[in-house]
Design a protein around this ligand. Structure first.
Ligand code: FAD
Ligand code: SF4
Length: 396
Protein backbone atom coordinates (compact mmCIF):
# COMPACT_ATOMS: atom_id res chain seq x y z
CA UNK A 1 0.00 0.00 0.00
CA UNK A 2 1.13 3.56 -0.66
CA UNK A 3 -0.53 6.82 0.32
CA UNK A 4 -0.65 9.56 -2.31
CA UNK A 5 -1.90 13.11 -2.58
CA UNK A 6 -3.80 13.91 -5.79
CA UNK A 7 -2.20 17.28 -6.39
CA UNK A 8 -4.94 18.70 -8.65
CA UNK A 9 -7.55 18.00 -6.03
CA UNK A 10 -5.64 19.19 -2.93
CA UNK A 11 -6.75 22.68 -1.84
CA UNK A 12 -3.90 23.08 0.70
CA UNK A 13 -6.30 23.34 3.66
CA UNK A 14 -3.85 21.49 6.02
CA UNK A 15 -6.68 19.46 7.55
CA UNK A 16 -4.64 16.27 7.17
CA UNK A 17 -1.36 17.54 8.67
CA UNK A 18 -2.17 17.08 12.34
CA UNK A 19 -3.90 13.71 11.87
CA UNK A 20 -0.80 11.77 10.92
CA UNK A 21 0.51 9.88 13.97
CA UNK A 22 3.96 9.80 12.37
CA UNK A 23 4.19 13.49 11.39
CA UNK A 24 4.56 12.36 7.79
CA UNK A 25 2.55 15.13 6.13
CA UNK A 26 3.93 18.60 5.57
CA UNK A 27 2.13 21.52 4.01
CA UNK A 28 3.94 23.24 1.18
CA UNK A 29 1.08 24.98 -0.60
CA UNK A 30 -0.33 21.48 -1.01
CA UNK A 31 -0.07 18.44 1.26
CA UNK A 32 3.16 16.50 0.79
CA UNK A 33 3.62 12.95 2.09
CA UNK A 34 7.16 12.42 3.35
CA UNK A 35 9.20 9.24 3.65
CA UNK A 36 8.20 8.62 7.29
CA UNK A 37 4.73 7.61 6.05
CA UNK A 38 3.89 4.06 7.12
CA UNK A 39 0.81 3.91 4.87
CA UNK A 40 -1.44 3.49 7.91
CA UNK A 41 -4.16 5.47 6.13
CA UNK A 42 -5.19 7.59 9.12
CA UNK A 43 -5.22 10.74 6.96
CA UNK A 44 -7.29 9.39 4.06
CA UNK A 45 -10.77 10.08 5.45
CA UNK A 46 -9.80 13.42 6.96
CA UNK A 47 -9.27 15.25 3.69
CA UNK A 48 -12.50 17.23 2.96
CA UNK A 49 -12.00 16.98 -0.82
CA UNK A 50 -10.90 13.36 -1.06
CA UNK A 51 -7.41 14.30 -2.28
CA UNK A 52 -5.58 11.63 -0.30
CA UNK A 53 -5.80 8.04 -1.48
CA UNK A 54 -4.28 4.74 -0.45
CA UNK A 55 -3.29 2.68 -3.46
CA UNK A 56 -2.81 -1.05 -3.49
CA UNK A 57 0.61 -1.90 -4.86
CA UNK A 58 0.97 -4.22 -7.77
CA UNK A 59 0.83 -7.77 -6.49
CA UNK A 60 4.39 -9.00 -6.20
CA UNK A 61 5.51 -11.46 -8.80
CA UNK A 62 4.76 -14.99 -7.63
CA UNK A 63 7.89 -16.69 -6.32
CA UNK A 64 8.93 -20.22 -7.16
CA UNK A 65 8.11 -21.86 -3.85
CA UNK A 66 9.66 -25.17 -4.85
CA UNK A 67 13.08 -23.46 -4.47
CA UNK A 68 12.50 -23.01 -0.73
CA UNK A 69 13.35 -26.05 1.37
CA UNK A 70 14.21 -26.85 4.96
CA UNK A 71 13.21 -25.69 8.41
CA UNK A 72 15.55 -23.25 10.15
CA UNK A 73 15.78 -22.26 13.76
CA UNK A 74 17.54 -19.02 14.62
CA UNK A 75 19.79 -20.07 17.50
CA UNK A 76 20.01 -17.03 19.75
CA UNK A 77 23.11 -16.99 21.91
CA UNK A 78 24.21 -14.46 24.48
CA UNK A 79 27.85 -14.37 25.63
CA UNK A 80 28.40 -17.79 24.10
CA UNK A 81 25.40 -19.43 25.81
CA UNK A 82 22.48 -20.68 23.75
CA UNK A 83 19.16 -19.37 25.04
CA UNK A 84 16.81 -22.07 26.18
CA UNK A 85 14.12 -21.00 23.71
CA UNK A 86 16.41 -21.98 20.82
CA UNK A 87 16.53 -25.56 22.10
CA UNK A 88 12.75 -25.55 22.57
CA UNK A 89 12.36 -24.44 18.94
CA UNK A 90 14.85 -27.00 17.64
CA UNK A 91 12.67 -29.67 19.34
CA UNK A 92 9.55 -28.27 17.70
CA UNK A 93 11.31 -27.59 14.40
CA UNK A 94 12.37 -31.26 14.32
CA UNK A 95 8.69 -32.29 14.35
CA UNK A 96 7.84 -29.84 11.54
CA UNK A 97 10.83 -30.89 9.45
CA UNK A 98 9.97 -34.58 9.85
CA UNK A 99 6.33 -33.94 8.92
CA UNK A 100 7.49 -32.01 5.83
CA UNK A 101 10.17 -34.58 4.97
CA UNK A 102 12.84 -31.86 5.06
CA UNK A 103 16.04 -31.01 6.92
CA UNK A 104 16.29 -29.04 10.13
CA UNK A 105 19.07 -26.47 10.42
CA UNK A 106 20.19 -24.12 13.16
CA UNK A 107 21.46 -20.64 12.28
CA UNK A 108 24.28 -19.65 14.59
CA UNK A 109 25.69 -16.13 14.41
CA UNK A 110 28.28 -14.92 16.92
CA UNK A 111 31.92 -14.43 17.81
CA UNK A 112 33.78 -17.71 18.45
CA UNK A 113 30.67 -19.80 18.82
CA UNK A 114 31.48 -22.87 16.74
CA UNK A 115 31.71 -24.96 19.92
CA UNK A 116 27.93 -24.50 20.34
CA UNK A 117 27.19 -26.49 17.18
CA UNK A 118 27.35 -29.84 19.00
CA UNK A 119 24.68 -28.61 21.40
CA UNK A 120 22.46 -27.73 18.43
CA UNK A 121 22.92 -31.15 16.84
CA UNK A 122 22.22 -32.81 20.20
CA UNK A 123 18.86 -31.04 20.35
CA UNK A 124 17.89 -32.39 16.93
CA UNK A 125 19.31 -30.27 14.07
CA UNK A 126 20.87 -31.84 10.95
CA UNK A 127 22.89 -28.79 9.91
CA UNK A 128 24.28 -25.59 11.35
CA UNK A 129 24.80 -22.44 9.28
CA UNK A 130 27.65 -20.73 11.11
CA UNK A 131 28.63 -17.08 10.68
CA UNK A 132 31.37 -15.83 12.98
CA UNK A 133 33.11 -12.51 13.47
CA UNK A 134 33.92 -9.88 16.08
CA UNK A 135 31.06 -7.76 14.77
CA UNK A 136 28.70 -10.38 16.25
CA UNK A 137 30.14 -10.34 19.79
CA UNK A 138 27.05 -8.49 20.99
CA UNK A 139 23.70 -8.45 19.23
CA UNK A 140 23.33 -5.52 16.85
CA UNK A 141 20.26 -4.95 14.73
CA UNK A 142 22.24 -4.05 11.62
CA UNK A 143 24.86 -6.81 11.66
CA UNK A 144 22.42 -9.59 12.47
CA UNK A 145 19.76 -8.37 10.04
CA UNK A 146 22.22 -8.18 7.15
CA UNK A 147 23.58 -11.63 7.95
CA UNK A 148 20.31 -13.49 8.39
CA UNK A 149 18.86 -11.80 5.30
CA UNK A 150 21.90 -12.84 3.28
CA UNK A 151 21.63 -16.46 4.50
CA UNK A 152 17.97 -16.61 3.51
CA UNK A 153 18.61 -15.11 0.08
CA UNK A 154 21.43 -17.60 -0.49
CA UNK A 155 19.98 -20.84 0.88
CA UNK A 156 16.17 -20.30 0.58
CA UNK A 157 14.73 -22.01 3.65
CA UNK A 158 11.02 -22.77 3.66
CA UNK A 159 10.37 -22.09 7.35
CA UNK A 160 12.16 -20.02 10.02
CA UNK A 161 11.42 -20.20 13.74
CA UNK A 162 12.73 -17.57 16.14
CA UNK A 163 12.32 -16.96 19.87
CA UNK A 164 10.03 -14.08 20.81
CA UNK A 165 12.80 -12.61 22.95
CA UNK A 166 13.87 -8.97 22.85
CA UNK A 167 16.42 -9.74 20.14
CA UNK A 168 14.12 -12.10 18.24
CA UNK A 169 11.35 -9.52 18.22
CA UNK A 170 13.80 -6.94 16.87
CA UNK A 171 15.37 -9.18 14.26
CA UNK A 172 12.41 -11.23 12.98
CA UNK A 173 10.19 -8.48 11.53
CA UNK A 174 13.15 -6.64 9.95
CA UNK A 175 14.41 -9.74 8.19
CA UNK A 176 10.88 -10.72 7.12
CA UNK A 177 10.42 -7.30 5.58
CA UNK A 178 13.76 -7.42 3.78
CA UNK A 179 13.07 -10.81 2.21
CA UNK A 180 9.49 -9.83 1.36
CA UNK A 181 7.53 -12.23 3.53
CA UNK A 182 5.25 -12.06 6.55
CA UNK A 183 5.83 -13.05 10.17
CA UNK A 184 3.46 -14.44 12.76
CA UNK A 185 4.55 -13.10 16.13
CA UNK A 186 4.26 -14.69 19.57
CA UNK A 187 2.93 -18.08 18.48
CA UNK A 188 1.66 -20.48 21.11
CA UNK A 189 1.31 -23.51 18.86
CA UNK A 190 2.71 -24.80 15.58
CA UNK A 191 1.49 -27.51 13.28
CA UNK A 192 1.05 -28.46 9.67
CA UNK A 193 -2.14 -27.46 7.86
CA UNK A 194 -3.39 -30.70 6.37
CA UNK A 195 -4.99 -29.18 3.29
CA UNK A 196 -1.99 -27.13 2.14
CA UNK A 197 1.02 -28.65 3.89
CA UNK A 198 1.90 -25.14 5.12
CA UNK A 199 2.99 -24.38 8.65
CA UNK A 200 -0.05 -23.45 10.75
CA UNK A 201 1.01 -20.70 13.14
CA UNK A 202 -1.39 -20.31 16.07
CA UNK A 203 -1.43 -17.28 18.36
CA UNK A 204 -3.94 -15.49 20.62
CA UNK A 205 -5.87 -12.65 19.02
CA UNK A 206 -8.36 -10.05 20.21
CA UNK A 207 -7.00 -9.89 23.75
CA UNK A 208 -6.70 -13.65 24.02
CA UNK A 209 -10.40 -14.25 23.39
CA UNK A 210 -9.79 -16.27 20.23
CA UNK A 211 -6.91 -18.29 18.86
CA UNK A 212 -6.00 -17.36 15.28
CA UNK A 213 -4.26 -19.84 13.00
CA UNK A 214 -2.27 -18.10 10.29
CA UNK A 215 -0.86 -19.51 7.04
CA UNK A 216 1.66 -17.93 4.70
CA UNK A 217 0.63 -19.24 1.27
CA UNK A 218 2.14 -16.65 -1.10
CA UNK A 219 5.58 -15.86 0.27
CA UNK A 220 8.69 -17.60 1.52
CA UNK A 221 10.11 -18.27 3.97
CA UNK A 222 7.23 -18.84 6.35
CA UNK A 223 8.38 -17.01 9.47
CA UNK A 224 7.25 -16.79 13.07
CA UNK A 225 8.38 -16.04 16.59
CA UNK A 226 7.49 -18.25 19.54
CA UNK A 227 7.60 -17.24 23.17
CA UNK A 228 10.07 -18.95 25.48
CA UNK A 229 8.69 -21.88 27.48
CA UNK A 230 5.71 -22.47 25.20
CA UNK A 231 7.35 -25.74 24.16
CA UNK A 232 9.33 -28.15 26.29
CA UNK A 233 13.07 -28.40 25.76
CA UNK A 234 13.88 -31.68 23.97
CA UNK A 235 16.01 -34.39 25.53
CA UNK A 236 19.48 -33.94 24.06
CA UNK A 237 21.35 -36.76 22.37
CA UNK A 238 25.06 -36.01 22.20
CA UNK A 239 25.71 -38.99 19.94
CA UNK A 240 24.04 -37.00 17.12
CA UNK A 241 26.21 -35.00 14.76
CA UNK A 242 25.64 -32.94 11.64
CA UNK A 243 27.10 -30.73 8.96
CA UNK A 244 28.51 -27.27 9.70
CA UNK A 245 28.20 -24.83 6.81
CA UNK A 246 30.56 -21.92 7.39
CA UNK A 247 29.46 -18.69 5.78
CA UNK A 248 31.62 -15.54 5.64
CA UNK A 249 30.26 -12.38 7.16
CA UNK A 250 29.32 -9.71 4.62
CA UNK A 251 28.93 -7.01 7.26
CA UNK A 252 31.11 -3.93 6.76
CA UNK A 253 31.96 -1.67 9.72
CA UNK A 254 29.97 1.20 8.19
CA UNK A 255 26.85 -1.00 8.05
CA UNK A 256 26.56 -0.93 11.85
CA UNK A 257 24.88 2.33 12.78
CA UNK A 258 24.95 1.81 16.54
CA UNK A 259 27.90 1.70 18.89
CA UNK A 260 27.74 -0.33 22.08
CA UNK A 261 29.18 1.82 24.86
CA UNK A 262 28.50 -0.31 27.91
CA UNK A 263 26.48 -3.33 28.97
CA UNK A 264 24.59 -2.73 32.21
CA UNK A 265 22.97 -5.86 33.58
CA UNK A 266 19.72 -4.85 35.26
CA UNK A 267 18.44 -8.40 35.37
CA UNK A 268 19.77 -10.60 38.15
CA UNK A 269 18.83 -14.24 38.76
CA UNK A 270 15.59 -13.08 40.37
CA UNK A 271 14.19 -11.79 37.08
CA UNK A 272 15.42 -14.55 34.80
CA UNK A 273 11.90 -15.96 34.66
CA UNK A 274 12.18 -17.82 31.36
CA UNK A 275 15.00 -20.02 32.59
CA UNK A 276 13.88 -20.41 36.22
CA UNK A 277 12.92 -23.80 37.66
CA UNK A 278 11.09 -22.21 40.59
CA UNK A 279 9.12 -18.97 40.42
CA UNK A 280 7.45 -17.19 43.31
CA UNK A 281 4.89 -14.68 42.01
CA UNK A 282 2.93 -12.07 43.91
CA UNK A 283 -0.27 -10.27 43.03
CA UNK A 284 -2.52 -7.56 44.34
CA UNK A 285 -3.20 -9.78 47.36
CA UNK A 286 0.28 -8.85 48.65
CA UNK A 287 -1.59 -5.65 49.65
CA UNK A 288 1.36 -3.21 49.50
CA UNK A 289 4.79 -2.98 47.81
CA UNK A 290 6.77 -3.53 51.02
CA UNK A 291 5.18 -6.98 51.34
CA UNK A 292 6.90 -8.05 48.12
CA UNK A 293 10.05 -8.55 50.21
CA UNK A 294 8.31 -11.75 51.40
CA UNK A 295 8.04 -12.92 47.78
CA UNK A 296 11.71 -12.08 47.23
CA UNK A 297 12.76 -13.84 50.42
CA UNK A 298 10.85 -17.01 49.58
CA UNK A 299 12.34 -16.95 46.06
CA UNK A 300 15.86 -16.52 47.48
CA UNK A 301 15.42 -19.39 49.95
CA UNK A 302 14.25 -21.64 47.11
CA UNK A 303 16.82 -20.36 44.58
CA UNK A 304 14.02 -19.18 42.32
CA UNK A 305 12.95 -16.09 40.38
CA UNK A 306 10.36 -13.45 41.27
CA UNK A 307 7.20 -13.04 39.20
CA UNK A 308 4.30 -10.62 39.45
CA UNK A 309 0.77 -10.27 38.18
CA UNK A 310 -0.07 -7.33 35.98
CA UNK A 311 -2.02 -5.77 38.84
CA UNK A 312 1.16 -5.75 40.93
CA UNK A 313 3.20 -4.36 38.03
CA UNK A 314 0.61 -1.70 37.19
CA UNK A 315 0.62 -0.65 40.84
CA UNK A 316 4.37 -0.08 40.52
CA UNK A 317 5.25 -2.80 43.04
CA UNK A 318 7.56 -4.62 40.60
CA UNK A 319 9.08 -3.63 37.23
CA UNK A 320 7.44 -4.99 34.07
CA UNK A 321 10.28 -7.49 33.46
CA UNK A 322 8.75 -9.56 36.27
CA UNK A 323 5.24 -9.70 34.79
CA UNK A 324 3.87 -13.14 34.00
CA UNK A 325 0.97 -13.55 31.61
CA UNK A 326 -0.44 -12.72 28.25
CA UNK A 327 1.23 -9.32 28.07
CA UNK A 328 4.16 -10.40 30.22
CA UNK A 329 6.38 -13.45 30.13
CA UNK A 330 5.40 -17.02 29.42
CA UNK A 331 7.02 -19.26 31.98
CA UNK A 332 7.22 -22.99 32.52
CA UNK A 333 9.03 -23.70 35.79
CA UNK A 334 8.94 -26.94 37.74
CA UNK A 335 7.19 -25.12 40.61
CA UNK A 336 5.13 -21.93 40.39
CA UNK A 337 3.94 -20.19 43.56
CA UNK A 338 0.97 -17.84 42.98
CA UNK A 339 0.65 -15.67 46.08
CA UNK A 340 -2.34 -13.35 46.34
CA UNK A 341 -3.10 -13.83 42.63
CA UNK A 342 -6.72 -14.40 41.63
CA UNK A 343 -6.00 -16.47 38.50
CA UNK A 344 -7.35 -14.26 35.71
CA UNK A 345 -7.25 -15.89 32.27
CA UNK A 346 -4.55 -13.44 31.14
CA UNK A 347 -2.32 -14.48 34.03
CA UNK A 348 -2.95 -18.19 33.45
CA UNK A 349 -1.93 -17.71 29.80
CA UNK A 350 1.63 -17.13 30.99
CA UNK A 351 2.06 -19.84 33.62
CA UNK A 352 -0.31 -22.72 32.99
CA UNK A 353 2.44 -24.91 31.55
CA UNK A 354 4.22 -24.94 34.95
CA UNK A 355 4.71 -28.50 36.21
CA UNK A 356 3.38 -27.82 39.71
CA UNK A 357 1.31 -24.80 40.76
CA UNK A 358 1.02 -23.87 44.43
CA UNK A 359 -1.56 -21.16 45.15
CA UNK A 360 -1.96 -19.12 48.32
CA UNK A 361 -5.15 -17.09 48.49
CA UNK A 362 -7.53 -16.10 51.25
CA UNK A 363 -10.55 -16.62 48.97
CA UNK A 364 -11.34 -20.37 48.69
CA UNK A 365 -13.27 -19.68 45.46
CA UNK A 366 -10.41 -17.85 43.70
CA UNK A 367 -10.06 -19.22 40.12
CA UNK A 368 -6.34 -19.88 40.67
CA UNK A 369 -7.31 -22.92 42.76
CA UNK A 370 -8.80 -24.54 39.62
CA UNK A 371 -5.32 -24.78 38.07
CA UNK A 372 -3.39 -25.31 41.31
CA UNK A 373 -1.93 -28.69 42.26
CA UNK A 374 -1.68 -27.53 45.87
CA UNK A 375 -3.85 -24.80 47.37
CA UNK A 376 -3.38 -23.00 50.66
CA UNK A 377 -6.39 -20.96 51.78
CA UNK A 378 -5.00 -18.25 54.00
CA UNK A 379 -3.46 -14.83 54.35
CA UNK A 380 -0.23 -14.48 52.37
CA UNK A 381 1.22 -12.37 55.16
CA UNK A 382 0.93 -15.35 57.51
CA UNK A 383 1.50 -18.25 55.10
CA UNK A 384 4.61 -16.97 53.29
CA UNK A 385 6.65 -16.27 56.47
CA UNK A 386 5.75 -19.77 57.71
CA UNK A 387 6.91 -21.28 54.40
CA UNK A 388 10.17 -19.29 54.49
CA UNK A 389 10.86 -20.54 57.99
CA UNK A 390 10.16 -24.18 57.08
CA UNK A 391 12.20 -24.09 53.85
CA UNK A 392 15.10 -22.50 55.72
CA UNK A 393 15.03 -25.40 58.20
CA UNK A 394 15.15 -27.92 55.32
CA UNK A 395 18.12 -26.10 53.78
CA UNK A 396 20.19 -26.11 56.98
P1 FAD B 1 -6.69 -9.53 41.69
O1 FAD B 1 -7.46 -10.09 40.55
O2 FAD B 1 -7.19 -8.30 42.34
O3 FAD B 1 -6.53 -10.69 42.76
C1 FAD B 1 -5.96 -10.51 44.00
C2 FAD B 1 -6.18 -11.82 44.74
O4 FAD B 1 -5.52 -11.74 45.97
C3 FAD B 1 -7.65 -12.15 45.03
O5 FAD B 1 -7.93 -13.44 44.57
C4 FAD B 1 -7.75 -12.05 46.54
O6 FAD B 1 -8.64 -13.03 47.07
C5 FAD B 1 -6.34 -12.34 46.97
N1 FAD B 1 -5.96 -11.73 48.23
C6 FAD B 1 -6.18 -10.45 48.67
N2 FAD B 1 -5.60 -10.25 49.86
C7 FAD B 1 -5.00 -11.42 50.19
C8 FAD B 1 -4.25 -11.83 51.32
N3 FAD B 1 -3.95 -11.00 52.32
N4 FAD B 1 -3.82 -13.11 51.34
C9 FAD B 1 -4.09 -13.98 50.35
N5 FAD B 1 -4.80 -13.62 49.26
C10 FAD B 1 -5.25 -12.36 49.18
N6 FAD B 1 -2.64 -10.03 34.20
C11 FAD B 1 -1.48 -10.66 34.43
O7 FAD B 1 -1.20 -11.09 35.57
N7 FAD B 1 -0.56 -10.81 33.43
C12 FAD B 1 -0.78 -10.37 32.17
O8 FAD B 1 0.10 -10.50 31.31
C13 FAD B 1 -2.02 -9.71 31.90
N8 FAD B 1 -2.30 -9.29 30.64
C14 FAD B 1 -3.52 -8.72 30.42
C15 FAD B 1 -3.88 -8.36 29.10
C16 FAD B 1 -5.11 -7.83 28.84
C17 FAD B 1 -5.45 -7.46 27.43
C18 FAD B 1 -6.02 -7.62 29.90
C19 FAD B 1 -7.37 -7.03 29.63
C20 FAD B 1 -5.69 -7.96 31.18
C21 FAD B 1 -4.45 -8.51 31.47
N9 FAD B 1 -4.08 -8.88 32.76
C22 FAD B 1 -2.92 -9.54 32.97
C23 FAD B 1 -4.89 -8.50 33.93
C24 FAD B 1 -5.75 -9.61 34.46
O9 FAD B 1 -7.00 -9.60 33.80
C25 FAD B 1 -6.01 -9.40 35.97
O10 FAD B 1 -6.57 -8.12 36.18
C26 FAD B 1 -4.75 -9.52 36.82
O11 FAD B 1 -4.08 -10.72 36.53
C27 FAD B 1 -5.16 -9.51 38.30
O12 FAD B 1 -4.02 -9.52 39.09
P2 FAD B 1 -4.09 -10.13 40.56
O13 FAD B 1 -4.51 -11.54 40.48
O14 FAD B 1 -2.80 -9.80 41.21
O15 FAD B 1 -5.18 -9.19 41.25
FE1 SF4 C 1 0.58 9.75 8.05
FE2 SF4 C 1 -0.66 7.37 7.94
FE3 SF4 C 1 -1.37 9.39 6.20
FE4 SF4 C 1 1.04 8.17 5.93
S1 SF4 C 1 -1.00 7.22 5.70
S2 SF4 C 1 0.64 10.35 5.88
S3 SF4 C 1 1.56 7.70 8.09
S4 SF4 C 1 -1.59 9.37 8.45
Amino acid sequence: MAVKVINDQCIGCSACVGTCPFGAIVEDGKAVITETCTACGACVDVCPVGAIIREAEEKTVAIDKSQYKGVWVYVEQVDGHIRSVAHELIGEGRKLADAMGQELAGVLIGDNVENLAKDIFASGADKVYLVEGQEFKHYSTDAYTITLTDLINTYHPSVILMGATNDGRDLGPRVACRVGTGLTADCTNLGIDEATGLVAWTRPAFGGNIMATILCPEHRPQMGTVRPKVFKRPEQDFSRSGEIIRVSSKVKPEDIRTKLLEVIKVCTASCNLEEAEIIVSGGRGMCKPENFTLIEELATVLGGAVGASRAAVDAGWKPAIHQVGQTGKTVGPKIYFACGISGAIQHLAGMSSSDIVIAINKDPDAPIFKVADYGIVGDVLEVIPALIEEFKKIKT
